[in-house]
Design a protein around this ligand. Structure first.
Ligand code: SAH
Length: 390
């Protein structure tokens, strides 16, 4: 097995358990370097650090799969990891739907698997994990006897690894339009053409958090995608709910979801640009009891972080202005580039500009099926905040 020796001075990051090894942290490599192969990582003095996969094309030259010398990387390894992850998710109370594997946080770097009842959607985001796809599929079949497995590898990040973008079946073909149950409601999930893996499971716990503030309320939601928060609001007793998304497809799906739950008289969705509309409605003096915002990341790169800050501040300012005094703002940010402290700071700046005082109700991260590993910054990416706007 090829051996990868680290620099004499090992970074604190690697020492304290972080699975990524950057190319400039490697002193020398002994043996052949074939992208995707399992390699052994050693200290400068030759002490075992771990085993992982290598890709010389990537800035992250290796990602560790194990730090246990006795653990071999083979089909059984993936079966065991998937089983352990499933046991953990069940322990956390998830049954039907969950992110079964959240990459590093479930100890399989660069692998994402979402479980939607009997269907599984998979993303292999690095070469070294892509080569294990057959083993992963086999493990899923053994543990779950799935009705279908689908690959949503149509993501640009794969190109950094020299991998093509691709989507398709990893099992016998099946109808990729499925229905899932969440918190007693039903939602269509379009596995093939929906955003990301088809559905945002990372907000599944947070959707319950709006339960008490929406009763008898007039609610406005923006960036609604398939309308999950808004349909929850209707279920929890809102008087009226209007949801906005820029994607006409998402809006159609959201209206279908409202009908699926028999809530179409309370909640409806329109295709609109939230930035324009919220600004105009602010000028018109429209007011809501609850405003809910769940915007996209605005940027994917650290260089453009200012763009994200400006976007979040702008939309939250506009949202806050539409909240009646004493009403509530429900707001999220889904990029790990904006760390929790910065997110709160941005909301604070918006409140200052809007001349409103905030009283905090709830502050959460993503739902517990997407665990956060302390010290592994990118595993804490979602911020979810409910404030009363005084
Ligand atoms: N709340 C959703 C997820 C929202 S994802 C859920 O829990 O499932 C972000 C959404 O913002 C996407 O559906 C995208 O189409 C939408 N979007 C992006 N820019 C927008 C804009 N300017 N106005 C309205 N919607 C926008």
């Amino acid at each position: 097995m090829t051996k990868l020796f680290l620099n004499k001075k090992i970074s604190r990051r690697i020492e304290s358990g972080h699975p990524w090894i950057f190319a400039n942290e490697v002193n020398k490599i002994e043996g052949e370097v074939n992208g995707g192969d399992i390699v052994e990582v050693l200290t400068h003095e030759g002490k075992f650090v771990g085993r992982g996969y290598i890709n010389p094309k990537s800035q992250i030259i290796a990602r560790l799969l194990t730090r246990d010398k006795k653990e071999v990387i083979n089909e059984d390894f993936f079966y065991n990891r998937l089983l352990q992850a499933w046991q953990y998710k069940k322990q956390m109370g998830y049954e039907e739907n969950c992110r079964l594997i959240f990459g590093e946080a479930d100890f399989i770097p660069a692998l994402i698997i979402d479980k939607f009842n009997d269907y599984f959607v998979l993303q292999t985001l690095a070469l070294g994990i892509d080569v294990w796809k057959p083993a992963i599929v086999k493990a899923l079949e053994k543990i779950f006897k799935p009705k279908g497995i689908y690959e949503r590898n149509d993501v640009p990040v794969r190109e950094l690894e020299g991998l093509p973008q691709h989507k398709g079946f990893l099992s016998a073909p099946f109808d990729t339009k499925i229905v899932i149950n969440e918190n007693g409601l039903k939602f269509h999930v379009d596995i093939e053409n929906g955003q990301k893996t088809g559905y945002f499971l990372d907000q599944q716990d947070n959707r319950r958090a709006i339960q008490h503030i929406v009763k008898d309320a007039d609610v406005l939601g923006a960036f609604t995608y398939t309308g999950t928060f808004e349909i929850h609001a209707a279920q929890y007793g809102a008087k009226s709910v209007l949801g906005l998304d820029i994607s006409a497809n998402a809006v159609d799906q959201a209206n279908e979801n409202a009908r699926l739950n028999g809530l179409e008289n309370i909640v409806h969705f329109e295709a609109m640009n939230a930035f324009d509309v919220l600004k105009q409605w602010g000028k018109d003096g429209r007011q809501y009891d609850v405003v809910m915002l769940d915007p996209p990341a605005f940027t994917k790169s650290r260089e453009n972080i200012q763009k994200a800050i400006t976007g979040y501040k702008e939309i939250n300012l506009r949202g806050m202005k539409l909240v009646k005094p004493g009403g509530f703002l429900v707001t999220s940010s889904c990029t790990n580039l904006v760390q929790p402290d910065l997110f709160l700071e941005i909301i604070g700046m918006a409140a200052k500009d809007a001349r409103r005082t905030l009283r905090q109700v709830t502050y959460n991260a993503q739902s517990a099926d997407h665990p956060i590993i302390w010290g592994l910054e990118n595993t804490h990416y979602l911020k979810f905040l409910i404030v009363q706007v005084l």
